[in-house]
Design a protein around this ligand. Sequence first.
Ligand code: NAP
Ligand code: HSE
Length: 435
Amino acid sequence: MAAVDVPVALLGYGTVGAAVHRLLEESADEIERATGHRLRVTRALVRDTGKDRGFSPGPGVLTDDIQVILGDPSIQVVAEVMGGVEPAGSHVLELLRSGRPVVTANKQLVARRGTELFEAAAAGGVQLRFEASVCAAIPVIKVLRESLIVTNVHRVLGIVNGTTNFILSAMEEGRSYDDALAEAQRLGFAEADPTEDVGGLDAAAKTAILATVAFGSRVPLEWVEVEGIEGVTLDHVAAARALDMHVKLIGRATLVGDRVDVRVGPAFVDGHHPLAAVEGAFNAVMLHGDAIREITLEGPGAGGIETASAVVADMVSVVGTTGTGFLQNDPVWRHLERLPPGDLTSPFYLRLEVEDRAGVLARIAQELAAESVSVAQLVQQTADDRAVLHIVTHDAAAGRVNAALTAIRALPEARGEATAIPVISSRGVAELGWA
Ligand code: NAP
Ligand code: HSE
């Protein structure tokens, strides 16, 4: 039987867009065998049609005029791989409202304008898929929406940014932060504006999307407590290694009763924990649920061809399920409130620099006790004219730890910076030991 010809368009023909075109051409026979459809890129929107591309688009494919795509009724699916909130958002809204299904790799767009986009998809009666917007090649959205449809997922924990994981892994090998960032940019992992990666905003958008899909309640980007890796020093990396831990940028979404906590920040991950072994630009997501206990998905979290694999899979799913009544509509079905950010509990690693004389440790202990922060491990090192205290606490509320740290910073005996970093360990902090 002859294959059905499916003209498709791309918004963007950069690292991901060119790889989507390449994968569609190289996998055309497999897609046809599986679905009976042959997806053919007929248009691609760019800014500069004269630029050299990673994969030749062919004559007449590139355009810098969105009207060429909006006005072409033959186009059946559009992949948005241009990035940015505008003009990508307006283009996607117009395509959806006019009945054109869209798949997108754009986490900022989905996280910031999800409500509007899904309303437009419903109005146009078409699908909006966004697998590639979270963890590139890892099919975590499909797993949450389809495989775990009857599972009450109550915690999502993940390494969801490839660039920062690449930098932190390189720092463990003694390489400098700036060197590692430059290489991540050269390899195509970093966002156009890499401060989105290192400042945690990229991971925040992905964690908000994961929380929204996992809990079925819209989690606005503003709810995410965000800290990037700019404050992580070689001292932190060395302290983590001495405690058999690794510094990772962790995205965490937790359902506490019927309230939601979502945060992104550096964490000390126990060497025995599954996330500790995730290196370089790889990502991993752990899903905790009633029936499943724990599932970990791991794979490439960035890169052109890796991301294209998820974009193409979404395009094929759209083509394969259109007209079947199976719509990937808005995953939101309820409204949950936000947990006050200071209420989430976890163990913490504290690094404090203080004057090295009698009574100082007692003052520190007093401030921690005043906030009910209990010490599980304590190591003191001497450095120049001061003592460096490495403390691992038992479970403590984030707000109480921050209050204790503020009080400690104000002590006349305090020297240098005082930092608190959450610890992720499933064997319990009492098991940790200083090497
Ligand atoms: P990129 O290499 O910078 O490519 C962006 C493409 O979009 C370029 O072809 C650019 O045109 C075009 N474009 C941008 N703004 C435009 C505008 N205003 N009008 C017309 N065309 C415009 O970016 P990328 O790395 O492929 O990323 C694309 C999207 O995928 C982003 O949302 C990103 O977050 C997401 N993503 C990327 C990765 C990754 O590893 N790279 C992984 C997962 C998700 P020109 O080529 O003419 O400049
Ligand atoms: N800049 C992103 C990262 C690309 O490094 O993870 C994948 O979304």
